[in-house]
Design a protein around this ligand. Structure first.
Ligand code: TNX
Length: 556
């Protein structure tokens, strides 16, 4: 906050350099209080003095660390106006050094050690991801204005001396964005990935297909986007209290080149993209494009409403092969280990009413419609496993028997996750109770339109991804957690930002910081500084609640 002090005070502080004894008395207050990193690191040891970034500061990195160093300098350039050079060499005075250091293996694949002294800065990590997270922490040690995209004048770019040792608690630190209910332009997806990277998330779950729109180009089936990416109009008002429809066509999709660009952009920021292709429910846009994929054969429109509907893929061999064709193209675009196949809210009424589907169930020796869905999921599980990938699906995939290699994303509470973990399956926790960012952030008037419910920041922050019902061995199956952004009621990127922040920042701490180091009051205190970063990023965030007043001192 030094840069916020009036010039006169800053000059006085400068002129007092000879009086070390006096300076030392208030340095810890004026300088070290500035360390407000989100998510909170494992260990932060304040030092003495400050390091100041200047136009002639040199960034030192040998080959393996060059990319991270370049990324760091690219972040610094717009606000400081400095074009910092990156070169191999030795850490010396006025340098920021990035170095891979195998002797720090104890910090794991994503940990780092960051040391700031008045003379120099060093970031060391066993792996590149750690260097990247160290760079993100360093960025947050400078004044918040460093996040601005325009030149900031008269800011002293100083960072308090500190030693930080850090590594994440979970290996799945995610956010899901639904681009089906409302299409998000590629530019916003890239910005969203940057915002995730600031918060050390490593997983972006991209919900690409649903009733209201199919958003990924599939070369073999062009009608999926020619027809399936566009709807005639959209529900006005809340689905519970509908006001008809707007008169605006809505849609959009990502070409395969767009997808490659997003995946590569994310990769450079150590974020894996998990694509979601929904089956067998939430399939109306695909059925609108190819009616033979449905059960009734009826020509449907891309759905203009919200909620759950009965239209579902038919479970014929032809449809299974279609879905596998789609996945074949998906696999060429997304190199990550996981592919999400949806599986949620698949109403079985049409399967129950169809003689053809009933005959298929019988022919396959299945007990009921749940086993029919489970059969499809198993086919996909094998298909993906044969190609070296892993299937993940919403917790409904437990019904009718879980496919052998499946990972479960638990959304209807954590029970599905508990069942799956006890059965030896990996799970990701994303329960509506704590991480559904489409829910209201308060019951006060003035919130932007939302789906309903009530999920204030404090409740999100309180989320514990490992349920007490799991033994230590079972708990190892909890890969982590994620926040979900379903966009029925979010028409614009600004609205998505409002719903996502600050709650996504809370989730970053839930997934990164050791449970024992989490504290809501401390989080709110750091959020006061983080808000400055939000502003510099021009983020349309919801106001952060005030910290509750400190408890009165106990009576003696
Ligand atoms: C349930 S969460 C859904 C989504 C909706 C969401 C709204 C899940 C797997 N399915 O289709 O958008 O509720 O909160």
């Amino acid at each position: 906050m030094r840069q916020l002090l009036p010039h006169s005070i800053r000059n006085t502080m400068r002129n007092m350099r000879g009086y070390h004894w006096l300076l030392c008395m208030f340095l810890p207050l004026t300088v070290n209080a500035d360390i407000s990193i989100l998510p909170r690191p494992v260990s932060v040891q304040p030092g003495e003095g400050t390091f100041t970034l200047k136009a002639d500061t040199r960034v030192i990195a040998d080959n393996a660390a060059q990319k991270t160093a370049q990324m760091f300098t690219s972040w610094m350039a717009p606000s400081t106006g400095y074009t910092l050079s990156v070169a191999a060499g030795k850490g010396a005075e006025n340098t920021i050094q990035f170095a891979l250091d195998p002797s720090l293996a104890r910090l794991g694949d994503e940990g780092y050690l960051l040391e700031v002294t008045p003379k120099r800065v060093s970031i060391r990590a066993p792996k590149e991801a750690g260097l990247f997270y160290g760079a993100q922490s360093l960025r947050q040690i400078f004044p918040p204005a460093i996040f601005a995209s325009t030149l900031q004048k008269d800011v002293a770019w100083s960072a308090p001396a500190v030693k930080i040792e850090d590594q994440p608690r979970f290996r799945w630190r995610g956010a899901m964005l639904d681009v089906c209910r409302h299409f998000a332009p590629k530019e916003f997806v890239l910005r969203f990935i940057d915002l995730l990277a600031v918060h050390k998330f490593n997983t972006f779950h991209w919900h690409l297909t649903d009733d209201q729109g199919w958003r990924i180009e599939i070369r073999k089936y062009p009608r999926l986007t020619e027809v399936g990416a566009w709807r005639r109009h959209t529900r006005l008002g809340h689905e519970r209290n509908p006001k008809g429809f707007d008169r605006k066509p809505h849609g959009g999709f990502y070409t395969q080149n767009d997808i490659r660009e997003v995946v590569e952009y994310a990769r450079q920021r150590h974020i894996t993209v998990v694509p979601e292709i929904e089956m067998p429910g939430h399939a109306q846009a695909a059925i609108a494009a190819y009616p033979e994929l449905g059960v009734t054969g009826e020509q449907l429109e891309v759905w203009p409403r919200w909620g759950v509907n009965a239209n579902i893929f038919n479970p014929s061999e032809k449809t299974i092969l279609f879905l596998q064709d789609v996945l074949t193209e998906v696999l060429t675009l997304f190199p990550g280990p996981f592919v999400h196949i949806g599986g949620d809210e698949a109403i079985k009424d049409q399967w129950k009413a169809s003689a053809e589907v009933q005959a298929r169930i019988k022919e396959l020796g299945l007990k009921d419609e749940h086993e029919m869905q489970s059969y499809i999921v198993r086919r996909m599980d094998k298909f993906l496993a044969d190609r070296g990938r892993r299937l993940i699906g919403w917790d409904e995939i437990l019904e009718g028997g879980l496919a052998p290699g499946a990972t479960v994303m638990s959304w209807r509470g954590v029970e599905g996750g508990i069942t799956a973990a006890k059965a030896g399956h990996d799970v990701v926790m994303a329960p509506t109770t704590h991480v559904y960012l489409d829910y209201a952030q308060s019951q006060e008037p003035g919130e932007l339109p939302n789906i309903g419910g009530n999920l204030p920041l404090e409740k999100v922050y309180s989320f514990e991804p490992v349920p007490a019902a799991l033994t230590a061995d079972e708990a190892r199956h909890v890969l982590g957690a994620q926040g979900n952004i379903w966009t029925e009621y979010m028409q614009s990127p600004g609205h998505v930002e409002y719903m996502a922040f600050p709650r996504l920042t809370a989730i970053s701490e839930v997934t990164w910081t050791p449970a024992a180091k989490r504290n809501y009051e401390d989080f709110l205190k750091r959020m006061r500084v983080h808000e400055g970063r939000y502003r510099a990023l021009d983020l349309n965030f919801r106001p952060v609640p005030d910290a509750p007043p400190a408890a009165p001192p106990a009576a003696r």
